[in-house]
Design a protein around this ligand. Structure first.
Ligand code: NAD
Ligand code: UDP
Length: 323
C-alpha cells in the first residue's frame, strides 16, 4: 500500500527561502508558511512582482526581504535554511515576447544559484515547473510520464524550454549531490493578487466583464484549459514539499473548460452586459490542458476545494478593489 504524506502541524523554528516572493503564487505560498509559524526569507527583483505583496508579507514579524536578481547572485545568508522554494519566473504569455532573456536567465542561472544554496545549506529544494513542459500535448489529460510536444524555437519556447532545463538541473542536483529535491508542474492558476494586466485569460476576462467591454477570445475558443484557484495550488505545493518523491508532480484542478465556455461563464457569474469578440490566436497556443492528478492523489488527501464560480467571484472582488 502507498504511504500517505504526513503533513507537519506547525513550521515553528523552520526557515523557508522563497525566490519570487513579490509575485502572485509565491506571495500566497509565503503567507501560508508564515501562518504556519515559519520564518520566510523572500527574494525578488520586481520584474513582474509588486511591492504591495511585500507590504502584505511584511506585516508578519518573521518575514525578511532582499531585493535581488536571483539569476545574477544571491544575498549572503548566514543562518540555517530548511527549504528553498524556486518560484521566481515570469509566467504570462505576454512576458514571453517582452522579456524572454530574463525568463531564460531566471530559470537557468537563477535555478542553478538556488540549487547551490540548497546544497550548501542542506535544505530541501522545490522547483516550480509548469504544464507548459507538455507543450501542445498529444495525450489528454496530461500525466507526468508524458514527455511533451514542445517547439524549441517557437514564441513560448523561452519559457517551456528553460523550465524543462530547470527540471533537468534539479534532477541532476539530486542525482549528483543528493540535494533533497521536489518538482511541481503547475497548471493555469488564478486568484486575488494576479496582475490585472498580465494578459492571462482569467484576469483579462474578469476585467473586461467588470468594465462591460467585449471578452477577447483568441481563435475559435475551442482550446481548453483547467483552472486552479490559488489556495488549492498552495495546498498541493505543500503536499509535494512534504512528500518524499523527487520526481515531477502535476499540481492543479482537473475541471476543464473551452475558452469560449470560460468567457460565457465569467459573463454569467459576474452578471455582466459584455459580449464576446474573436481575435487571432497566437502560434503554438496549446489546444488542450488538463492535469491527471492520480500521482499526487495516491500519496495525499489533496483535492481542489474551490468551485469555478466562487473562485471567479473572489478574484473579481480583488480586481474591483484596485479600481
Ligand atoms: P509572477 O510573475 O506573479 O511571480 C514571479 C515572481 O518572480 C515575480 O515577483 C517576479 O518579480 C519574480 N522574479 C522573476 N525573475 C526574477 C529574478 N531573476 N530574480 C528575482 N525575482 C524574480 O508569476 P506567478 O504566476 O506567480 O508564477 C510563479 C511561479 O509559478 C513561476 O515559477 C511560474 O513559472 C510558475 N507557474 C505559474 C503558473 C500560473 O498559472 N500562475 C503556471 C505554471 C507555472
Ligand atoms: N486567451 C484568450 N483571450 C485572452 C487571453 C488568453 O482567448 O484575452 C486564451 C489563450 O489563447 C489560451 C488560453 O486563453 O488559449 C489561456 O491563456 P493564458 O494566457 O491564461 O495562459 P496559457 O495557459 O496559454 O499559458
Amino acid at each position: 500500500m502507498t504511504q500517505k504524506i504526513q503533513l507537519p502541524k506547525t513550521l515553528e523554528g523552520k526557515t523557508i527561502l522563497i525566490a519570487g516572493a513579490a509575485g502572485f503564487v509565491p506571495g500566497h505560498v509565503a503567507e501560508f508558511y508564515l501562518n504556519m509559524g515559519a520564518k520566510v526569507i523572500g527574494l525578488d527583483n520586481f520584474i513582474t512582482g509588486t511591492q504591495s505583496t511585500i507590504d502584505i508579507l511584511s506585516r508578519f514579524e518573521k518575514f525578511e526581504f532582499h531585493q535581488c536578481d536571483v539569476g545574477v547572485s544571491l544575498p549572503i545568508i548566514d543562518e540555517k535554511i530548511d527549504f528553498v522554494l524556486s518560484l521566481a519566473s515570469p509566467a504570462s504569455p505576454i512576458d514571453f515576447s517582452e522579456i524572454p532573456m530574463e525568463i531564460m536567465r531566471v530559470n537557468t542561472y537563477g535555478t542553478w544559484n538556488l540549487l547551490e544554496l540548497a546544497k550548501e545549506k542542506g535544505a530541501r529544494f522545490l522547483e516550480a515547473s509548469t504544464s507548459e513542459v507538455y507543450g501542445d500535448p498529444e495525450i489528454h489529460p496530461q500525466v507526468e510520464s508524458y514527455y511533451g510536444n514542445v517547439n524549441t524555437v517557437g514564441p513560448r519556447s523561452c519559457y517551456d524550454e528553460s523550465k524543462r532545463f530547470a527540471e533537468t538541473l534539479t534532477h541532476n542536483f539530486n542525482l549528483k549531490y543528493n540535494v533533497d529535491t521536489r518538482i511541481i508542474r503547475i497548471f493555469n492558476t488564478y486568484g486575488p493578487r494576479m496582475r490585472p494586466n498580465d494578459g492571462r485569460v482569467i484576469p483579462n476576462f474578469i476585467n473586461q466583464a467588470i468594465e462591460g467591454k467585449d471578452l477577447t477570445v483568441y481563435g475559435d475558443g475551442t482550446q481548453t484549459r483547467s483552472f486552479c484557484y490559488v489556495d488549492d495550488l498552495v495546498c498541493s505545493i505543500h503536499n509535494v514539499l512534504f512528500s518524499n518523491d523527487h520526481t515531477p508532480f502535476n499540481c492543479g484542478n482537473p475541471d476543464e473548460y473551452s475558452i469560449k465556455d470560460c468567457a460565457e461563464h465569467v459573463i454569467k457569474f459576474l452578471d455582466s452586459p459584455s459580449k464576446i469578440s474573436y481575435l487571432p490566436i497566437g502560434k503554438d497556443d496549446p489546444k488542450v490542458r488538463r492535469p491527471n492528478l492520480s500521482k499526487l492523489q495516491a500519496i495525499s488527501d489533496y483535492k481542489p476545494m474551490m468551485g469555478f464560480e466562487e473562485g471567479i467571484k473572489r478574484t473579481a472582488e480583488y480586481f474591483k478593489s484596485l479600481k
